[in-house]
Design a protein around this ligand. Structure first.
Ligand code: ADP
Length: 396
C-alpha cells in the first residue's frame, strides 16, 4: 500500500510517498516558506531530477494541495489518482504522557495533541495544521500520528524526574520527555539486527547526531534514558543549541545584558551550540573546513561537542551496566568520520578499536569494529519517514 508521510513545520512541510510493500520512496519533497510572499515546492520523483516550483502558498492547506497535485501530475507525478494513497502518517513532535505509542487520528486524538501544544509551542500547532489540512483534502483516508516522544515513555521516574519540588511534576508535568524517538526506535532495532543481537536482551546506545542531537540508552528494546529533556534544548551541544548548561547562567546573562527570558531562550536555542562557540557555522562540513585551516575556535567547538557525546555514552554504559552496541546515525553521525573517530577514542575502556578505513564510510550501514569486538560500533542510517510509514501500516 502507498503511505503519504507528512512532517509539518511552522513554515515548511516535508513529505514522502512510500510504497510499504517495497519500502521504497516513490517521491520525496518539501514545501518551503509557506505563508510568505514566495514559496517553493521541491519535488523529486524516485530516480528523476528534482523539480522546483516557485509559487505562493498562503497556508499549509494550499501547500498540501500542491503536494497532492505534484504526486498526481501527468509529467512528474508518481500515481494516477489520489485513491492510490491508502493512509497518511503524520510526524507529531510532542505526545506528552498521553501517547506512549503511535495512534490512529480521530477527534479525541486531535484534542489530546492540542493539549500538548503548551509543551511544544513551535512544533505541535504546525503538526496539527498539517493533520487538519490533510483531513480536509483527503476525506475518509485513515491517518496516524507518530510521536517523537512516544518511544521514551518507557523511561523510569528515576530517569525522567528533575530535582524540582514534586508539585512541578504534579501540576505542570515538568519532566524529561526526550525526542527523536522515531529515529532512536528505528536505529536501535536495526542495530540489533545488524549486530546479530537479540533486541529483547540487549544494551544499545544510539547517537542521533544531526543539527539537533540526542543519545538514547536502549535496554532490551526500550528507551530507559535519553539526553534531551523537557524540551529538545537539553543534553548535547548541537548545531545552534547549547545543550545542558548551569541554569544560573540564565539569570547571570539576564542581569549582565539586561535581556529578558525570550531573548535568552533565543540565544540558547538559535545562537549557541557549535555555531555560537566557533563563530563559523552550525554545519559540521563548514566546521571541518575551518578546523583544517587552523581555526582555533572551530577546533574547540568540535572538541566540546565530541567530549559531551563521549560523556553521555559513559553515563549510559553505567545506567545499563554495560553496552553491546553503539550506533551512529543522522547527518553528522552518518557522515562525519572525525566525530566518530574522536568519540571512539574515548571508548578504550570498553575495548573499542575502530577500523579507521571503514570509518571513512558515509551514510551506509557498516560495522566499524572487528568481528570479535565485545562492544560493536556501527553506522546505521536513520530513516524516520520509513519508520512512520511502517507504524502507519502496522496500526491500520
Ligand atoms: P536535522 O534533521 O536535525 O536538521 P540532519 O540529521 O539532517 O539534521 O543533519 C544535518 C547536519 O548533518 C548538517 O547540519 C551537518 O552538520 C551534518 N552533515 C551533513 N553532511 C555532512 C558531511 N558530509 N560531513 C559532516 N557533516 C555533515
Amino acid at each position: 500500500m502507498k503511505v503519504l508521510v507528512i512532517n509539518c513545520g511552522s513554515s515548511s512541510l516535508k513529505y514522502q510517498l512510500i510504497d510499504s510493500d517495497t519500502e521504497q520512496a516513490l517521491a520525496v519533497g518539501i514545501c518551503e516558506r509557506i505563508g510568505l510572499d514566495v514559496s517553493y515546492l521541491k519535488h523529486t520523483p524516485a530516480g528523476q531530477d528534482k523539480i522546483t516550483i516557485e509559487t505562493k502558498m498562503e497556508n499549509h492547506e494550499v501547500a498540501i494541495k500542491m503536494v497532492l497535485d505534484a504526486l498526481t501530475d501527468e509529467k512528474y507525478g508518481v500515481i494516477k489518482s489520489l485513491d492510490e494513497i491508502s493512509a497518511v502518517g503524520h510526524r507529531v513532535v510532542h505526545g506528552g504522557e498521553k501517547f506512549a505509542s503511535s495512534t490512529i487520528i480521530d477527534d479525541e486524538v486531535v484534542k489530546a495533541i492540542e493539549e500538548c501544544n503548551d509543551l511544544a509551542p513551535l512544533h505541535n500547532p504546525a503538526n496539527l495544521i498539517g493533520i487538519r489540512a490533510c483531513q480536509s483534502l483527503m476525506k475518509g483516508v485513515p491517518m496516524v500520528a507518530v510521536f517523537d516522544t512516544a518511544f521514551h515513555q518507557t523511561m523510569p521516574p528515576k530517569a525522567y524526574l528533575y530535582g524540582l519540588p514534586h508539585e512541578y511534576y504534579d501540576n505542570y508535568k515538568i519532566r524529561k520527555y526526550g525526542f527523536h524517538g522515531t529515529s532512536h526506535s528505528y536505529v536501535s532495532k536495526r542495530a540489533a539486527e545488524f549486530c546479530g543481537l537479540d533486541l529483547e536482551n540487549s544494551k544499545i546506545i544510539v547517537n542521533h547526531l544531526g543539527n539537533g542531537a540526542s543519545i538514547t540508552a536502549v535496554l532490551n528494546g526500550k528507551s530507559i534514558d535519553t539526553s534531551m529533556g523537557f524540551t529538545p534544548l537539553a543534553g548535547l551541544v548541537m548545531g545552534t543549541r547549547s545543550g545542558d548548561i548551569d541554569p544560573s547562567i540564565i539569570e547571570y546573562i539576564s542581569k549582565k545584558e539586561n535581556k529578558n527570558i525570550d531573548e535568552i531562550m533565543n540565544l540558547l536555542n538559535k545562537q549557541s551550540g557549535v555555531w555560537g562557540m566557533s563563530n563559523v557555522s552550525s554545519d559540521f562540513r563548514d566546521l571541518n573546513a575551518a578546523m583544517d585551516s587552523g581555526n582555533e575556535l572551530a577546533i574547540t567547538a568540535f572538541e566540546v561537542f565530541v567530549y559531551r557525546v563521549a560523556k553521555y555514552i559513559g553515563g549510559y554504559v553505567a545506567a545499563m551496566n554495560g553496552v553491546d552496541a553503539i550506533a551512529f546515525t543522522a547527518g553528522v553521525g552518518e557522515n562525519d568520520w572525525k566525530v566518530r573517530e574522536m568519540v571512539c577514542e574515548y571508548l578504550g575502556y570498553l575495548g573499542v578499536t575502530i577500523d579507521k578505513e571503514k570509518n571513512m564510510a558515509r551514510g551506509e550501514e557498516i560495522m566499524l569494529t572487528a568481528p570479535d569486538s565485545k562492544v560493536k560500533v556501527c553506522i546505521i542510517p536513520t530513516n524516520e519517514e520509513l519508520a512512520i510509514a511502517r507504524e502507519t501500516v502496522a496500526l491500520l
